[in-house]
Structure formats: C-alpha cells, structure tokens
Design a binder for this molecule. Sequence first.
Ligand code: UDP
Length: 327
Amino acid sequence: MKVLVVGGAGYIGSHTTYELIRAGHEVIVLDNLSTGSTENVHPQARFVWGDIRRKSDIVHVLNAEAQAGAPVEVAMHFAAKLIVPESVEQPLAYYENNVEGLRTMLEALVECGVKNIVFSSTAAVYGEPITPECDEGDATEPINPYGETKLACEKMIAWVGAAHDLNYCILRYFNVAGADASLKIGLDKDQLTHLIPLIMQAALGIREKLFIFGDDYDTPDGTCIRDYVHVTDLAQAHVLGAEYILNNKTSLLANLGSGSGFSVREVVDAARKLFEVPFEYAPRRPGDPAKLIARIERADKILKWKPQHNLQSILKSDYEFRKRRIG
Ligand code: UDP
C-alpha cells in the first residue's frame, strides 16, 4: 500500500515509517520539522516538507500521486503536540495544532478521495480512570487540554468518517518508550516530564538524579503503576491497523499498551540492573492516577497484535540509542 505519514520525522512517526518499509509498503513523509528531523526519515521514504495546517501542502502531495497513477491509499496522522503541562499553559496552541491541524488534513483527504486514516490518540482521553485497567468502552473524561484535543479529534474523525465514507483506525497509546533495533532512530527530543527519558538523563549524568514522585499511593510499593510499550511494537500495530482498515473497508478504535503494569520503583530497579540510576523520593506530582494499565484484548483479537518487547528491552534500547547520540 502507499501511505502518507504526516509527522513522519518525529519519534513515533519515524518508527512507523521504518516498520511500513520493512513490511514492503511505500511511504511519503510530510513534516514541517518543528520538532522532528530529516535524519529520522527512513532513506527509502520520500520526504516532503509541509505543514498540516495548510491544506494546499497536503492536497499538493495527494494530487501528484493520483496524477502519477498510484494514489495514496492510507494517511497516518502523527503531527501533534503532546506535552501535558505545556497544553495546560498554552491550550490555544494545542487546539490550533491538534484539532485545526486534523480538520485541515481531513478536508484534504476528503477532497482528494483518500479513504483511510490512522490516527494517534492517547490514554489521556480516559482522564482519571474509574477502573485501573482501561477498556476502549470506558468513559472518556480528559483532565487536561492535551487529552481534550485528542478526544475532540477522535470524535471529528468518526463524524467525518460517517459523512464521507472514510475508514479510520484510532490508536490510544499508553507509555511509549524505546528505540529502533538499528539505533538509527529513537526519542532524540527529551520530553522532560516523562519517566524513562528522565531515568536516562540521570543514568548518563545529564541530570544529577531522578525524583520518584510519591511513595504513598495505594499500590504494593507505594509508587504509581503504568503500562510501558516499546515504540517498535507500537509502530507494528500501525502497520497492521492500516492493512486491516484498507483490506476490510472498516474502522477500529484500540488501546496500545503492553497489558501489564510496572510501578515507578520497578522501572527504576529494572534500569538499575542495566546501569546506575541515582534517585531520591519526592512528593507526589499533582494529577497522577495511582494505576493505569491498558486492556489490549481488542488489538490482539482484531489485529493479531501482541507486543514482543518487555520492560528490559525497552530500557536497554532507549539507553543504547541515547548513549550513541551523546557519545
Ligand atoms: N515519574 C516520576 N519521576 C519523574 C517522572 C515521572 O516518578 O521524574 C512518575 C510519574 O509520577 C508517573 C510515572 O512516573 O507516576 C509515569 O509518568 P510519565 O510522565 O512518564 O507518564 P504519564 O503516565 O504521566 O503519562
């Protein structure tokens, strides 16, 4: 299949491009390089600079492919802002980039007759979970502008899908980390709120130590439990999702996680088996639920997708990628 990966120069978009190419698909990456880099674009993918908020940038690519006789069959959307505290400070920027950006992209897809979209969503749409294991059918009540914009996008896609015969695959990510086995791509922009990048910074001496936020949660060791999934597993789910909606002319919404939870302390201890991690306990961080784990039966049943990596391999690949980058 021919795929347009919008935001393919960033972390998850670049890993998905690698997996699409490994599976034998043709990829065009469109990115404005605001956070991504051309170094992340697979050499066999075609790169086009463009901004998701400018319809003509997308239409131009789609029309050129159609006129050449091999139209784009699936579009993937990764071009979003995703830092929760930033979204709280700058909600309008999040609505503009995430919601308006998707609206523009959908307009271009409808205009050019592209009938399939794969969309990156997030566990943040669940908000404060009522049950610790999130099911796709659970209530969605985001507690920050980031989650709110992603939920608005999910709803927009469903309405546009119904009106214009557009199939969609919406994937809700849990805690994504790790790097491609080639170590050519990984998370090269540090999101300084996330646990695994901060563990790596402490391990590599970029920061003095890691702070574990809270040891008095209602969990076995008192620290928060999360579901960590390797970026390559996640990327492979996008390939399966795109193939599924294209071949079956249908739509799907699914969680992507590992289906199991690790406490912050367990993640730190797993990392300490691989390298030194100076750390200290600190007070709770506001807004952190005690436990957040994905139910992944739907992705397993429909896409035949099962994560192949574990916490150890997530940490190892992430560490090796970063060491190589700074070394
Ligand atoms: N966390 C921590 N120290 C840090 C960063 C994160 O103890 O420096 C904890 C955080 O409180 C949460 C877990 O690690 O319980 C995962 O946080 P992250 O920001 O990576 O992802 P979230 O689940 O909040 O999206």
